[in-house]
Design a protein around this ligand. Sequence first.
Ligand SMILES: [Zn+2]
Length: 335
Amino acid sequence: MPLYAWLDAHVQDRSLPPRLALYLNAMLTALAFELPAFLLGLLFGSFLNVCISRLPAHQSISKPRSHCPHCNTTIRWYDNIPLISWLLLRARCRDCKQPISWRYPAVELAVGIWFVAATDLSIQVVHPSTGPAVVTLTAAGVITLIALIILGFLLIGLLVMDWQTHTLPDAFTLTGTLLAFVLICARAVFLGPHEDELLLHGRNPLTSPGNVTDRGNVILTGPEHLVLGRLLAIVAAAGILLLIRFAYQQLRHREGLGLGDVKLIAMIAAFLGFWPAVLALFLGSILCSLYALTLLLRRRADALTRLPLGTFLAIGGLLAALFGTPLIAWYSSLL
Ligand SMILES: [Zn+2]
């Protein structure tokens, strides 16, 4: 029985207050999308763990099958279920009893939660005061959803890899940039007529009364604007970091910023655009500085300590994906 009819039947026989029914309607409708997203996220998180373990060591991610890093025993399928196996095994290998890092369930859970957040950002659930909730997912919404889940997967992976091994593999950053660009081209296909056009003079039907066909002077059509704009965003974001890298080298005569960080910011720009990438850079730098400060205060670091900047840029990228649009809108309203 459809959810709404079931809830409505209970409202009719007064076993359920109408307000609660409305709330349940909203929550359960969203849950119908969030739950599969979460389960899919756990599976992707499990695969991400394999990438995190093998990519920095330049090992194949497809062969051999997952095995215990201590005793090399191939992990049985029932010991490889995301989250659950780690809990059932009490974080120990079934064969050698060596501890299994909490990184494995943490990454799985993070990707699961990310998939839920990406779903909530992409679908629109409208709850009329009467009648069933309406869920809309446009073509643009589908592309946004795919882009967000890929971005989150890559950023969570890069976050952990830079923290643990100080590497940001090209297999993630460059592949990610390419995928993001393909998705932007796909998004351009689904632009509505005149959507996202770049005009020299705005449409002004008042210049000649009755003129409703004046579309202004189109410099770039919607698809051109979107695709070229994103290319420019990638180049500009990478350029900013290359400039900082160059300045640091001139001042300190050593490498402070890796090329991996440059590619990471370019990837964030490819997925989200220029200003969200700047926001990610800004948030990442603040977080990294706070981390460096706590290390210095606890005398755990000096000026030569290598900081995993990529980890903080990745966190900045995740925050920019979640909160970038409202934050940037709020900031530009101040100007
Ligand atoms: Zn083992």
